[in-house]
Design a protein around this ligand. Structure first.
Ligand code: NAP
Length: 247
């Protein structure tokens, strides 16, 4: 087992925060596997850039909300094939709308991908990491999972759920040397926030003591630490990377 390459799996690594995490973990010395769902070109580009910088990366199309596909992926591509030291549960979407008008399908989709998808990957990775008696699992939550936000009941619930999942699984996996932590980004410049109206961004800025939006690399820096051996006495925690907003 120890001769297999030390590997980090980043879900939703084809752009944004996942891309930055994948690149940083490759730089840290991990072989990287990224998943994507709709943008093979983005995933190919991320892998090519990692390889060009001297790292190793592969991508797989994998919808995190498809339980059977996730189980098959871990069975066929991970178990016994790599040494899975790190899982970053990053894949996520928003489908915003006011609570009283929120459609069932928008509730279900956001919970299925952001929370159930993370659970399914964590469960599969947990089995492998418990056996190898080492692992680092990092769930990407959100500042809104800590503070709440109007128009995002589905997303807030999923992201708050991830914090609970982090705490519960940290306790269960601790005795086997597996840590589970969450990172709660504030407002980070990615496709997810690109379409916010200027007025909303200006309002957000008022609440950010550092007076700027974050970059994907700011999140990757925190993930890099939590993925390292140096973070070994930290588990069940949520690290806020949000420019100083107090939660
Ligand atoms: P993004 O730019 O929209 O990228 C989302 C990523 O998730 C893409 O790689 C996408 O793949 C992938 N993805 C979407 N649905 C998927 C599915 N069903 N299965 C697998 N992968 C899927 O988002 P981001 O801003 O980087 O956000 C990354 C994570 O950080 C999310 O969990 C988000 O909730 C969280 N977050 C973001 C912010 C922010 O301000 N940006 C703040 C707090 C938390 P494709 O490219 O193939 O579509």
């Amino acid at each position: 087992m120890s001769e297999l390459p030390s590997t980090a799996l980043v879900t939703g690594g084809s752009r944004g925060i996942g891309e930055a995490c994948a690149k940083r973990l490759a730089k840290d010395g991990f072989e990287v596997i990224i998943t994507y769902v709709s943008r093979p070109d983005g995933a190919d580009k991320v892998c090519a850039e990692i390889e060009a910088a001297g790292g190793k990366a592969r991508s797989f199309k994998l919808d995190s909300s498809d339980r059977d596909a996730v189980a098959a992926f871990f069975k066929d591509e991970i178990k016994g094939k790599v040494k899975l030291d790190v899982l970053v549960n990053n894949a996520g979407i928003t489908r915003d709308g006011l609570l009283v008008r929120m459609k069932d399908e928008d509730w279900d989709k956001v919970l299925d991908i952001n929370l159930t998808g993370a659970f399914t990957c964590l469960r599969e990775a947990g089995k492998i990491m418990m056996k190898q008696r080492y692992g680092r699992i990092i769930n990407i939550s959100s500042v809104v999972g800590q503070a709440g936000n109007a128009g995002q009941a589905n997303y807030v619930s999923a992201k708050a759920g991830l914090i609970g999942l982090t705490k519960a699984s940290a306790i269960e996996l601790a005795s086997r040397g597996v840590t589970v932590n969450a990172v709660a980004p504030g407002f980070i410049e990615t496709d997810m926030t690109a379409e916010l109206p200027e007025k909303v961004v200006a309002q957000m800025m008022e609440n950010i003591p550092l007076k700027k939006l974050g970059k994907s690399e700011d999140i990757a820096n925190a993930v890099s630490f939590l993925a390292s051996e140096d973070s070994g006495y930290i588990t069940g925690q949520t690290l806020a990377v949000n420019g100083g907003m107090y939660m």
